[in-house]
Design a protein around this ligand. Sequence first.
Ligand SMILES: *[C@@H]1O[C@H](CO)[C@@H](O)[C@H](O)[C@H]1NC(C)=O
Ligand SMILES: *[C@@H]1O[C@H](CO)[C@@H](O)[C@H](O)[C@H]1NC(C)=O
Ligand SMILES: *[C@@H]1O[C@H](CO)[C@@H](O)[C@H](O)[C@H]1NC(C)=O
Ligand SMILES: *[C@@H]1O[C@H](CO)[C@@H](O)[C@H](O)[C@H]1NC(C)=O
Length: 545
Amino acid sequence: MRYVLVEILVLTSLVILELSNAFAPIVSYQWLVSYSQRSILGGNKQIIVINDMFPGPILNATSGDIIVVNIFNNLNEPFLMTWNGLQLRRNSWQDGVLGTNCPILPGRNWTYRFQVKDQIGSYFYFPSLQLQKAAGGYGAIRVFSPELVPIPFPQPDDEFDILIGDWFYADHNDMRASLDTGLSLPTPDGILFNGLGPEEAFFAFEPGKTYRLRISNVGLKTCLNFRIQDHDMLLVETEGSYVQQHIYSSLDIHVGQSYSVLVTAKTDPIGSYRSYYIFASARFTNFYLSGIALIRYPNSPLDPVGPVPLAPGPWDYTSSVQQAQSIRRDLEVGTARTNPQGSYHYGTINISRTLVLQNDVMLSSNKLRYTVNGVSFVNPTTPLKLIDHFQLKDAIIPDMFPIYPSNKTQRFGTSVVDIHYKDFVHIVFENPLDELQSWHIDGYNFFFVGMGFGAWSESKRAGYNLLDAVSRSTVQVYPYSWAAILLAMDNQGMWNVRSQKAENWYLGQELYLRVKGVGQEDPSHISIRDEFPIPENFIHCGQIL
Ligand SMILES: *[C@@H]1O[C@H](CO)[C@@H](O)[C@H](O)[C@H]1NC(C)=O
Ligand SMILES: *[C@@H]1O[C@H](CO)[C@@H](O)[C@H](O)[C@H]1NC(C)=O
Ligand SMILES: *[C@@H]1O[C@H](CO)[C@@H](O)[C@H](O)[C@H]1NC(C)=O
Ligand SMILES: *[C@@H]1O[C@H](CO)[C@@H](O)[C@H](O)[C@H]1NC(C)=O
């Protein structure tokens, strides 16, 4: 009898879900992923293109849309695409990382299908395997507000997607081989703007118009300072949350972060008969590199004139920290729904659990590896999500991973932290090294409530911003410093927590959060209300024949 009732409930929720999705528009893409030989920064390199484009096509959606992307892997290596910042609600099956999906083999195709729900903003996608990001394969994602939800600024006249990142002449296979032998990545050879070298990318402005620039740092390791000659930037969005609008003359964009700024074009005849520089320069590095793009006005001469926009001092952490602290959430506005961001009082919710995650390095047979709390991650041959679903013998033993930094011997491991669905979790990223870090969590946005110099301790909580902290999915951690975040674990699934720095990630700096409801150990007890079932087209690998 109880069974029948459960069945009916499940069916009813299925029907409701299907109904609510029945009218959701479907946005479909067919993407052919292949190699192409291109001259970039004067060096000839085999890069990864999508439909022959680098960067790849814009993934353009409105909140609520169902996205269908059929990816054909024409490379001679396995491939997965991940959607940096998209929450893929209840659907980590679509995340495109090795913990959730088997790779798409060469010559095969696989169709991603997910809904962009309760989310708006600027993001990007990139290949998650084998350091392929070093060969490109990335592109911009825009998620527009539903028609009835007003945006907190006048509709811009146009939008530009700007993907900036460091670039290496070396082939990504050689770079990977070098990491495999225990060497670190070299100094980048340049900074690209939308795949282009110095003064090759330009954005056409018309006098008096206002443009939204959606900027993401898609590089492997370099924090970039972004600035425009003689034009101010009004910051309006960070990875899907609207911020209190302030003007910045330059912005630090860490690896994996995305921002939207509004820029108003010149109106005076002299000002608008010129071209202007846009700079993205390496920050906190012992090398000096800049990417340069141009703003062009109608008939403006190609070469900009006047002084280039000044960068903050390359090691000026103080200004960077101050800037990070000045970025606050706008509590008065809504994003994907009309209720204001401030109606969710994250500061009053009791914290269920604290994890302190410390990044470090280790040497294994004299080879460099990266760790979190002493563990350097190794992927099992079968994705964690499939091990779980099929309840395979080598099922993950929960909490083998230390949730506080420990002084135990460093080791290899497959780190999974079990988190109860609906818990409210506090995570502290501790960085004991002399190197900037960038951390990301898939499936979530979190409140970036505090940061500081030195080691974290309980007493630091007193200084947290419990009112208007920015909500985002990638956070920087300064050298010898910590950063604290709060997150509501409202998205079931297996979610990747990773260093956004490609080298650190490739060499083991990641873990997974397994977010599950009580009584859902058996996958057949998971209701579709809580999590999507395994996709029919899931790819087999490892122990799943
Ligand atoms: C993206 O979608 C918006 C809103 O639906 C539309 O106005 C715009 O033209 C689209 N842009 C591209 C590049 O497809
Ligand atoms: C591969 O592409 C074909 C043709 O578009 C499609 O019918 C099929 O469903 C795709 N396969 C997968 C596993 O998504
Ligand atoms: C938070 O915890 C306190 C102390 O344990 C308790 O009194 C309070 O009711 C809790 N608040 C919520 C919203 O659960
Ligand atoms: C690890 O060792 C250091 C130095 O001996 C000590 O200060 C620290 O408290 C230890 N940490 C833990 C978590 O045991």
